[in-house]
Design a protein around this ligand. Structure first.
Ligand SMILES: Nc1ncnc2c1ncn2[C@@H]1O[C@H](COP(=O)(O)OP(=O)(O)OP(=O)(O)O)[C@@H](O)[C@H]1O
Length: 638
């Protein structure tokens, strides 16, 4: 207890907990006691019930005993009654049996009397019926006898008829037989004659057969010998086949050798092809370099031939080039006094010296001139923009140079382009060409390929400065696939141009004509694409205003021509300066230069023919043209 108190002081929480547990236990105890009391009461109630049930059971037992006794009693009663009834049954059944037998005998007697009576009655009826039948039979027999005699009579008659008919038929038969016998005799005769014929034929046949047989025997012997010969031949063929087989095997071996050689060849061809492709590329680069070395702006001077005596004095080079790799042209006016003052290109008052890349004297033909141009045409196939101009006064030979129907630079360029395209096919290049032909007259563009039925639309120049492409709105553009087609296009343009000229006072001399050929190339092997434009331009005549003495519309034309020609000079000049100083290029100053913006700008390749007349009377214009050309020539892009 002490320790518990001590611990309760030291641990008050445990005492409270124990108190609560004791309280809970006490409550439990009370509950259990109540349950025990309830259960005790229930037990007593059940004991009472058990006792009551035991009493009930005893009562039932007694009742069962009583029932059993009454059952036993009933059973003994039943047996007794059964025996009594059984005896009674036996007696009554014997009595009934006697009665039955007696009755049966009575019935038997009655029935036999009745049957006998009936039989007698039926017998009487049957006998009377028999008599009836017998009389019927007698009647029938009589009728039968009568019919029989009738039938016999008929039969006799039929026999007689038959005999008569038979005699008739026999007679007819005899007649027919006679006829048949006659026929048979005739047939017999025919057969005999046929037999004779047959015998004769048989003899012939036998003879023929014998002859045929003979021939066959001969043939057989021949065939035999032929067969023997053939057999010999076959044997020799067989041996030659064996030989051929050997040869074939040898061949096969050599073919296999050749095949492997061919494979090697193919490989080397592929290598050569790739070398060729790279060589082709190198060639293009070198060609371009060469063109650059020759100068991207080239000026060729051409003097046209004439029959006139009144010529200027012109000294032509003997195919010699000076220190600048140019050729010199010295031109002087006849019968005029010389002064020593030196001006631009001037040696004396009447003698001038000019330098150009090439100088063509009047005897040089178009074809020779084209040799010099052809390298630039090659550049256009290589994807460069090329411009070829013919500059000069009216009548100096520009159209002859550019557009002569067979030997002009335009038709010869077309021929070269198509020939080169054909050659380039083997190097896997395919080309698409598109052509336009326009004229610039009084600063307006005229479509020279327009159908005569269509009317000129508004032609504006549009530039795509990103892709460096120029288009002219509403202008006819024709895809060209052959030389012939290209030449027919040129003819159409030439016709349109001459029609327009007739209508408007020699307009061809007063307008620039421009043939634009766009070349698009694709190499299927290297997948390379190239695009170049070739511009072939026949410029308007370059007369000075003072010389032309023009008035009105003609004055306007001349002013417009001079403006565009001097713009062309300025543009080319500025292009050279641009490479040096990056200055502005005045492309917009004329329709011509604006149209050629992307062809002249960039990596330009330009050739200018300066055409001059050798005539004394054209001396001033010629000097003027040569000066213009010198200005262009001195602005070479290097
Ligand atoms: N190289 C030449 N050989 C033969 N005849 C020529 C030659 N060059 C020019 N001619 C002739 O000179 C004349 C004038 O030539 P062309 O018409 O070509 O001059 P153009 O400069 O084009 O004149 P325009 O400015 O009027 O068009 C023509 O009759 C032409 O046949």
């Amino acid at each position: 207890m002490t320790s518990k108190t001590h611990s309760s002081y030291s641990k008050p929480i445990d005492i409270h907990r124990l108190d609560r547990e004791i309280q809970a236990k006490l409550t439990n105890n009370m509950t259990l006691k109540t349950k025990i009391t309830t259960l005790t009461n229930q037990k007593q109630t059940q004991e009472l019930q058990v006792r009551k049930l035991e009493d009930d059971f005893q009562n039932l037992k007694k009742k069962l005993q009583l029932i059993n006794n009454s059952i036993n009693e009933l059973e003994s009663n039943y047996k007794e009654s059964y025996n009594q009834l059984s005896d009674e049954f036996d007696i009554s059944s014997k009595q009934l049996n006697v009665q039955f037998n007696q009755r049966l005998n009575d019935l038997k007697e009655n029935v036999s009397a009745l049957v006998e009576h009936q039989i007698n009655k039926s017998m009487n009826i049957l006998l009377s019926q028999k008599k009836h039948f017998e009389s019927d039979v007698t009647e029938l027999k009589q009728a039968n006898e009568y019919q029989k005699s009738d039938l016999i009579r008929k039969l006799i008659k039929l026999k007689e008829d038959f005999n008569k008919k038979k005699i008739q038929l026999f007679n007819q038969l005899d007649e027919t037989l006679d006829g048949l016998n006659n026929d048979i005799n005739t047939i017999k005769d025919t057969i005999l004659s046929k037999i004779d014929e047959r015998d004769a034929l048989q003899n012939d046949l036998i003879n023929n057969l014998q002859q045929i047989n003979k021939r066959l025997v001969n043939k057989l012997s021949q065939t035999k010998s032929t067969y023997e010969n053939k057999e010999l031949e076959i044997n020799s063929i067989k041996s030659s086949i064996i030989k051929n087989q050997n040869d074939y095997d040898n061949y096969q071996n050599s073919i296999n050798d050749k095949k492997s050689q061919l494979e090697l060849f193919k490989k080397s061809i592929l290598e050569i092809n790739s070398t060729l492709a790279s060589n082709e590329f190198k060639r293009r680069v070198l060609h371009n370099k060469l063109q650059e070395l020759k100068g991207n702006i080239r000026v060729y001077c051409r003097v046209r031939p004439t029959a006139s005596d009144e010529l200027s004095n012109i000294e032509y080079p003997d195919n010699e080039f000076n220190d600048d790799a140019c050729q010199d042209l010295i031109i002087s006016k006849k019968q005029e006094s010389h002064s020593s003052s030196l001006q631009f290109g001037r040696l004396s008052s009447n003698t001038y010296k000019f330098q150009f890349d090439k100088i063509f004297s009047p005897d040089i033909k178009n074809e020779e001139i084209f040799d010099e141009l052809s390298q630039l045409i090659q550049s256009s196939l290589d994807g460069y923009n090329v411009c070829v101009f013919a500059y000069g006064q009216t009548g100096s030979g520009k159209t002859w140079t550019m557009s002569h129907s067979e030997t002009g630079m335009i038709p010869l360029s077309i021929n070269k382009i198509f020939d080169d395209i054909e050659d380039l096919k083997s190097k896997n290049w395919t080309y698409n060409l598109e052509g336009q032909f326009v004229e610039i007259y009084n600063e307006s563009i005229i479509d020279l390929l327009l159908d005569s039925s269509s009317s000129q639309g508004k032609h504006e120049i549009k530039h795509d400065d990103i892709n460096f492409k120029t288009t002219i709105t509403n202008v006819t553009s024709i895809s060209i696939s052959s030389k012939e087609q290209a030449h027919s296009i040129l003819n159409r343009a030439s016709k349109n141009r001459s029609t327009a000229s007739t209508l408007s006072n020699e307009r061809s001399s007063r307008s620039h004509s421009i043939f634009i050929l766009k070349l698009k190339a694709h190499n299927s092997k290297t997948n390379q694409d190239l695009e170049g434009t070739l511009n072939l331009i026949d410029l308007a005549g370059s007369e000075r205003l003072s010389q032309s003495q023009a008035k009105g519309d003609r004055l306007k034309e001349t002013q417009s021509i001079n403006k565009s020609l001097s713009s062309l000079g300025d543009v080319i000049y500025s292009l050279n300066l641009k490479n040096q100083n990056n200055n502005h290029i005045p492309f917009r100053n004329s329709k011509l230069t604006y149209l050629l913006k992307h062809s002249l700008g960039g990596d330009l390749k330009t050739l200018m023919f300066v055409n001059i007349s050798p005539l004394q009377k054209n001396f001033a214009e010629s000097i003027n043209s040569l000066r213009f050309a010198t200005k262009v020539n001195s602005t070479k892009i290097k």
